[in-house]
Design a protein around this ligand. Sequence first.
Ligand SMILES: [Fe+2]
Length: 406
Amino acid sequence: MKASPWKESEVQFICDHFNVDLTASQIAAQLKRSYDAVSCKIKQLAADGKITRSQKIVQIRPTATVPYIPPKEEAPPVSPQKVWRLLTHSPQTIYSIADQLDSSPRAIREAIATLEAEQYLIESDGQTVRKYEPEGGTSSHFPHNPIDLDEYDGKLIRFGVISDNHMCSRYARPDVDNALYDIFAAEGITTVYNTGNWIDGEARFNKSDLNVHGAGNQCRYFAKNYPAREGITTYFIAGDDHEGWYTQREGIDIGKLAESYAREEGREDLIYLGYMEHDVVIPADNGQTVIRLMHPGGGSAYAVSYTAQQIANSLTGGTKPNVLILGHYHKAEYLYYRGIHMVQAGCTMDQSPFMRKKRLAAHIGGWIIEMRQSSDGSVRRFKAEWISFFDGAFHENEWAYKMENN
Ligand SMILES: [Fe+2]
């Protein structure tokens, strides 16, 4: 007979059956304990008020009809990590893992559920379990061709940008023009691109803003006074407004006229490229880099970048330049959009009465651009430095001067 500690199930068996359908000796036989041990436990339970020893037996049945079935022993939990270490990429049955860990299938299933909840890469159908490899989408695959860093260290291209000088207007800023060219020279710049409106031109509504009148006179003024610096060549286009008004109205090729006057003045540093738009093409080993100079039309949008974005949107694939320099809007901005490095060139003119009435700000200054040309001509590194100046004269006394003269 056993002398082991009492299990809860045995105690419950006594409570359920003593003096109900079994006697103390029958219970002792069922529990495989001595009569004395059972009797002692009954006394203890009675003292605790859990059973009544004097309780009348309702019906005593043969012992065989109410066998005591000891409860199954609960298997201790299994460490999920132990299960993980046993897994292979081919399926194994949960029973075989339970055998290997000397545990129960239920404990193995619980360990598997824990691993699944912790996002381990396992797969189980309830009977078998295996490890699996993640299958990434195409976006998670590394590109087949490694990045060639030499392409990011190609030929260095540097140039200055200036635009919308509006020379011959009272609102022009020759001080800014000359300061910018001094900075370009100090920085070793040899090429400057000008994207138009280098003179103010002449129309009915700007006559009172002009210091110089007439196409010839304005071009002569430009040829004499546009900044010249040793070693710097300026390549310019003409806008179809301001200087372009002469072209539209009188049919004069105003850019050619300005260039010819520059030659008469002995200047070889001013080179006219074209009307409204010109592509500067710089050959590369296996392609070319296109820098498009443009003087578009239309008014500014309220958002500085909006018009530039619309221009980029209007370019069809295959005709897009690598770099787009935009004059006309008198705004300064660098924007990388649709794969194009776009620069709005700014201006070197104070806010005119026209711009003030239209609530248009003048961004006064110019740029130094540095970029690297890859072997296919693409531009993968681009640095844009804005050199800014401030609008002052207009607010101080220009209005008063204009009022006195009206
Ligand atoms: Fe302009």
